[in-house]
Design a protein around this ligand. Structure first.
Ligand code: G
Ligand code: G
Ligand code: NA
Length: 254
């Protein structure tokens, strides 16, 4: 209850922050995306990772206003970086399952884009495979509407849900993110190698971009590159950082 109460006040007290983690093109190591990852900076408890509060926010419905703030803030930051001449490809924003299924989502996306002036093509929305599968009928219509706004759509945690690979083609998608659990221990875990190669092959047949997340070692990176993975994200290249540190680490000259 205590946590729930302080979470309720966190939004009005402006205690949320967005960190960003770079996504690098496997071909040339250039930044092609920045994933926004929310953090809660509580005055006494300090910095809390989302694993501890996102599910509570989901259960209490707080995720809707919070998700709205996250969308607007990420778009604002993206436009500010764009105006300063920084190149980062797209800003990727995570949508929680109940946010994805709320009727207000297309309007919220539209408002965040209009308010910030961020070009829609520079916003990518990450939706988990399980959120799409929970409500396949609604998902098709929603994803279509989102696409009509000009944003791109990424399937997060891919491979952990129950979608058949064939069912993917019915959705208007741009990107598949291979779940971290499959990237773990490649190239040594033969099953994960097979799964990763299969996901890359089918994604490319469906003309989807493939992002590998949780890449921590040079060996994983080399394997993924040679397997044709398009984008690499993980601690190897960079941890999620606050905007000022992203700027000095990734956007500073020289
Ligand atoms: O940043 P970190 O790796 O600790 O995030 C843990 C999980 O929290 C992520 O896998 C993601 O699912 C979720 N998460 C992080 N940021 C956001 C956000 O802005 N919105 C939503 N809905 N989930 C997020
Ligand atoms: O599922 P999602 O893409 O939202 O996951 C993002 C989460 O993964 C964040 O909590 C982020 O801090 C974490 N993360 C990012 N890169 C790595 C990595 O290389 N290794 C591990 N273990 N976690 C990572
Ligand atoms: Na994500």
């Amino acid at each position: 209850m205590l946590l729930e109460n302080s979470l309720r006040h966190a939004l009005e007290r402006q205690e949320f922050e967005l960190f960003y983690q770079p996504q690098l093109s496997a071909a040339d190591n250039r930044i092609c995306g920045m994933e926004a990852l929310v953090r809660w900076r509580h005055p006494t408890r300090g910095l809390t990772a989302p694993g501890l509060f996102i599910s509570l926010a989901e259960q209490t419905g707080l995720i809707v206003p919070m998700g709205d703030w996250i969308l607007r803030e990420a778009c604002r930051q993206g436009k500010a970086w764009l105006d300063r001449g920084y190149r980062f490809g797209r800003i990727a924003v995570n949508l929680s399952p109940c946010q994805f299924l709320s009727d207000d989502l297309p309007a919220a996306i539209d408002a965040a884009l209009a308010q910030s002036g961020l070009p829609p093509s520079m916003l990518e929305l990450e939706i988990t495979e399980s959120a799409i599968m929970q409500n396949q009928q609604a998902a098709t219509a929603l994803l279509k509407r989102m696409r009509e706004l000009g944003v791109t759509i990424s399937v997060d945690d891919f491979g952990t849900g129950y979608s058949s690979l064939a069912s993917l083609k019915q959705y208007p998608l741009d990107t598949l993110k291979i779940d971290r659990s499959f990237v773990k221990d490649i190239p040594y875990d033969a099953d994960n190698v097979a799964i990763t190669e299969a996901i890359i092959a089918i994604a490319h047949k469906l003309r989807l971009r493939v992002v590998a997340e949780g890449v921590e070692s040079e060996e994983q990176n080399a394997f993924l590159r040679s397997a044709g993975c398009d984008v690499i994200q993980g601690y190897l290249h960079g941890r999620p950082l606050p905007p000022a540190e992203i700027e000095s680490r990734w956007f500073a000259e020289g």
